[in-house]
Design a protein around this ligand. Structure first.
Ligand SMILES: *[C@@H]1O[C@H](CO)[C@@H](O)[C@H](O)[C@H]1NC(C)=O
Ligand SMILES: *[C@@H]1O[C@H](CO)[C@@H](O)[C@H](O)[C@H]1NC(C)=O
Ligand SMILES: *[C@@H]1O[C@H](CO)[C@@H](O)[C@H](O)[C@H]1NC(C)=O
Length: 206
């Protein structure tokens, strides 16, 4: 009788803790959203602006900052980046003459430091990966060997967002309504060609 009773207590405790952890992952809306806006097509791919928004009220990403990685759907390469850099070039031996910045299947990108020359910056870049609550961090990426239309470009998948002593879990890449931008004279709106969103949620501190 006594062991049945403690069994019930343990079951209750287990279901309680399951409830609270799934609660933390779902109904709490706090997240880091990565938005991938395709801005223009190029002869072999596209230029995108990638932005990470910190939608967490209390949690900052401290120095030495965030890292972002993903897996390409095919054999895409990174021709160039503005406002961030890749950590690894990988095997670009297929390329002669013009050599991509990165040919790895799973590139990792880090922010640039404050004080980066102005011609290597984009808006919201270059904070050494520090990302305070309610702020955003952006970089521009030129992707090659990618599709050159919205029926052939493939979404990057398996996103990972990492931060010092923080573990995040990212969901799938979603094709969403293209972002609308207002021109600086506020007269016109333009639109991204395609927009992909990835939502990452804080999982635990390490
Ligand atoms: C991410 O957080 C923002 C701000 O709280 C919220 O509006 C948005 O719905 C969240 N996204 C998801 C997928 O939960
Ligand atoms: C496909 O791209 C064209 C322009 O390149 C755009 O006008 C159209 O809305 C896009 N379609 C979708 C489904 O995103
Ligand atoms: C995609 O992310 C952006 C930036 O957080 C947000 O404004 C937009 O509503 C998101 N789209 C969808 C469909 O969640």
């Amino acid at each position: 009788m006594k062991s049945l009773f403690s069994g019930i207590i343990i079951l209750l405790l287990v279901s309680f803790s399951c409830f609270t952890s799934s609660e933390a992952l779902t109904s709490n809306n706090e997240n880091i959203t990565i938005k991938w806006d395709l801005m223009t097509w190029t002869p072999d791919g596209y230029v995108a602006v990638v932005t990470a928004y910190n939608y967490q009220k209390q949690r900052s990403i401290p120095s030495p900052g965030w890292k972002m990685s993903w897996r390409w759907a095919r054999q895409e390469v990174i021709w160039s980046m503005v406002g961030a850099k890749t950590t690894e070039q990988g095997d670009c031996s297929k390329y002669k003459g013009n050599i991509p910045k990165s040919c790895v299947r799973k590139p990792t990108v880090v922010d640039l430091l404050p004080g980066t020359p102005y011609n290597q910056q984009v808006a919201n870049c270059c904070k050494g990966g520090v990302l305070k609550p309610d702020l955003a961090s952006s970089f521009q990426i030129t992707v090659g060997a990618a599709g050159t239309s919205n029926s052939t470009a493939r979404m990057a998948v398996n996103f990972m967002f990492t931060a010092p002593k923080q573990v995040y879990i990212c969901g799938p890449t979603k094709n969403v309504m293209p972002t609308k931008f207002i021109t600086s004279d506020r007269r016109r709106t333009t639109s991204a060609l395609m927009t992909w969103n990835i939502t990452c949620v804080f999982y635990k501190a390490t």
